[in-house]
Design a protein around this ligand. Sequence first.
Ligand code: CA
Ligand code: CA
Ligand code: CA
Ligand code: CA
Length: 359
Amino acid sequence: MSERRWTQKNILKLASLALVVGFIGSNTMDENANDYPLEFSDIYLVDQEEEIPNGPDIRAVGPYWQGEREAAPKAVPFSASGGRAGDFTGDGIADLMARNADTGNLLIYPGSGSLEGTATYGEAVKVFGDTSGFDWMGQGDFNGDGLADFIGTDPSGQLGIAYNSGGLNGENTFDTVFVVGGGWQDYDLRTTGDFNGDGIDDLLVRRTGTGDVYVATASSTGSGDVTLEPPVRIVTGLDSAVNMQYIDVTGDDAPDLLFQWEPNGYLYLYDFYADQDSSGNFIAKLYALSSGWEESNATIFADMNMDRSPDLIVRSVENGNLVGIPHSGNWNFARPQDLFTLDGSQIIGADWNRNDIVT
Ligand SMILES: [Ca+2]
Ligand SMILES: [Ca+2]
Ligand SMILES: [Ca+2]
Ligand SMILES: [Ca+2]
């Protein structure tokens, strides 16, 4: 490990956290550890026996969650609701969406269906010209046709949606953006996911300055409009999360909440349906997956290799590399750190720091 990467900070981190069960690609402080393609110096797997400092105090709350629920949401296939990357092309493979920070152009990178380095995603297709008027953009299927639609907000809080017109077709990929409503300037983390299992993606948001996460369920007549219900609080305690995604990674077909926690750099998984008590009430649980993610400034979930398990995509703060980390295919609640196979990581793109939005 080079001097440059093996900094005092890392040594201190090791000593103070005592959490290390292995470096990526190595179970020891191996000389070769730095050859690992992830190129992050201090991503650590988490030993679940150790106490984790500065972790979140997260709780499921609200009318959707009062210690009991009628049932877990209906099964939602990854390909239909997106791994939070969406399928814009209609081939069932999740594609990436990114905005070039200089031009404001919105680009779609079609997924190849295999995790193969820089061939994992194909050449970018420009779908919108200058989108600098949007402060957030994402995707979701808001009319239930299986094709990822566009969603975005502007700084005044107006939220717009544009339906996918039938596949990836340059600047004709989307129909005209229509305004759904306002008020979204009060929320800072935004993501989509099918919360109620009706096949229409819903909006999950955190209220700015709080730890409260809300869901606004969406409905659509299937053609010209989308209605968002008023946001209902579902989770509290996420004040220091720096990103948030809603996707099933445990394989029980019920989406989980994943987030990166700023105070300690950990990636967490909150499983709403981790367990049941003797009365059949669901018990939500928080799992720490790995640490060191302050070295990444983007987190995306997408099934890159089409094994139906969403994989993890991160972006290096240091060099802008986009890195794909495969899902192991297995969820073991006693070994949550094994959910993503860090030593199977590959660089799937370079210079992704040129994009200010990646999803
Ligand atoms: Ca696709
Ligand atoms: Ca759609
Ligand atoms: Ca829904
Ligand atoms: Ca996968």
